[in-house]
Write a protein that binds this ligand. Structure first.
Ligand SMILES: Cc1cc2nc3c(=O)[nH]c(=O)nc-3n(C[C@H](O)[C@H](O)[C@H](O)COP(=O)(O)OP(=O)(O)OC[C@H]3O[C@@H](n4cnc5c(N)ncnc54)[C@H](O)[C@@H]3O)c2cc1C
Length: 370
């Protein structure tokens, strides 16, 4: 069978907010490019999140380049509003998104990139990997010991409380996701929230203004990861926004310590107490999958080595990594800063071997930042 090869100047892998943001700048440059998206519909990552999800960033901080997020700037959009916004964005800017196009491998051959899909191959001079910071659901090893008759799901598979059977629910994970799911479920279920490392809860609003207003006005959201304050912020990256122990207790959620073991339908916590649960939801974060990238841009720990998304492999970039450059790098309203920077590198790129970027750094991408 002959495999078709399609050639473009730039290929963007991933059509989420990061892929669309760089697509906007590439289309402004009138560049020949494609955005390859694995899913069969735009905004796939947001579609796969729970139905009642409400953003922790208000509308005024949710815009991609060139188009304001619609609605009251001080309100907090729900999941479906983000889905509509991203879908309309891709359509109205006529971004060349190809759905059902999972890239299976990326290699560099004779100074060009070869991207293999199931049924076709692409070749390009430059590639932007924008496949998202939250890809592979992570669960602890002892999840394997949960009784197969008990419902256990990762938070990425949670949609509505109705889908969770009656009986005590154990939600494991004290990040924003665990708190939001526990609070929602508590209206209909007995809920226990297991918190491994308690995080600092920050109020969503302070003196009538949103938290992100302060982060923006003080410039903190744009502090680079190399700055002293940026390094400190990274250490506390799992900050809770708008939820916290007091708020979920008010919903009737019972707080438990770290889950240290599970057998059958019984969980044991760090304080020695146990719980017999009817179902368990692992809100234990995500890993990232770059195994399909066969280009030497990773350190021994598998982390991407880059300078603000620019790798040592000429013409290969990453976009949307947590702390790619700042706290805002993986957020809707700030990904445009890195996207614009990467687009400038693409414009300046000379086909042939330019000198690699200086002072490459790695991005830690193993922890969930939400
Ligand atoms: C529960 C939750 C709540 C969040 N709330 C907020 C919030 O309130 N405000 C905010 O600003 N941010 C929030 N975020 C963070 C961030 O905005 C989202 O994670 C966002 O989806 C990241 O966008 P992205 O484009 O980088 O990645 P994604 O949205 O994950 O998009 C990546 C795309 O790449 C595709 N893809 C992956 N691999 C391949 C491949 N090999 N070939 C082709 N396509 C591929 C995927 O199908 C996907 O569509 C939240 C995240 C989570 C998990």
């Amino acid at each position: 069978m002959q495999v078709m090869t399609d050639r473009h100047e730039v290929i963007v892998v991933g059509g989420g907010q990061a892929g669309l943001a760089i697509g906007y700048f590439l289309s402004q440059q009138r560049r020949d490019f494609k955005i390859l998206e694995a899913a069969d519909a735009p905004a796939a990552a947001w579609r796969a999140r729970w139905e009642s999800l409400r953003l922790f960033t208000p509308v005024r901080y949710d815009s991609l380049p060139g188009r304001p997020f619609p609605g009251d700037p001080y309100s907090y959009p729900i999941r479906d509003e983000v889905v509509s916004y991203l879908t309309d964005y891709a359509r109205d800017f006529e971004l060349p998104v190809e759905l059902n196009s999972r890239v299976r491998s990326l290699r560099r051959v004779d100074g060009h990139y070869i991207l293999e899909l199931e049924d076709r191959t692409y070749e390009s001079d430059q590639v932007v990997v924008a496949t998202g910071p939250f890809q592979v659901p992570r669960t602890p090893a002892f999840a394997e010991r949960v009784d197969p008759a008990v419902v256990q799901i990762h938070s990425s598979d949670y949609r509505t409380p109705e889908a969770i059977p009656a009986g005590p629910v154990l939600v494991v994970g004290g990040g924003n996701t665990g708190y939001q799911i526990a609070a929602e479920l508590a209206a209909s279920h007995e809920v226990h929230l297991s918190i491994g490392s308690p995080q600092t809860p920050l109020p969503q609003r302070i003196f009538g203004r949103d938290l992100f207003w302060y982060l923006d006005a003080t410039g903190l959201i744009r502090k680079t990861k190399a700055s002293r304050i940026g390094r400190r912020m990274q250490e506390n990256e799992d900050t809770l926004i708008g939820s916290g122990p007091r708020a979920v207790r008010r919903h009737g959620v019972e707080l438990r310590g770290r889950t240290v073991d599970v057998a059958g339908s019984t969980a044991r916590f760090s304080d020695g107490t146990t719980l017999d649960f009817g179902s368990v939801i692992w809100a234990t974060g995500f890993g990232i999958d770059h195994a399909w990238i066969d280009v030497p841009v990773f350190d021994n720990g598998g982390q991407v080595v880059h300078q603000r998304g620019v790798t040592e492999s000429p013409g290969l970039y990453f976009l949307g990594l947590p702390w790619q450059h700042t706290r805002g790098s993986a957020l809707l309203g700030w990904v445009k800063d890195d996207a614009e920077f990467v687009a400038e590198q693409i414009q300046a790129f000379q086909v042939g071997p330019p000198p690699g970027p200086q002072g490459l750094t790695t991005t830690s991408i193993s922890r969930s930042a939400v």
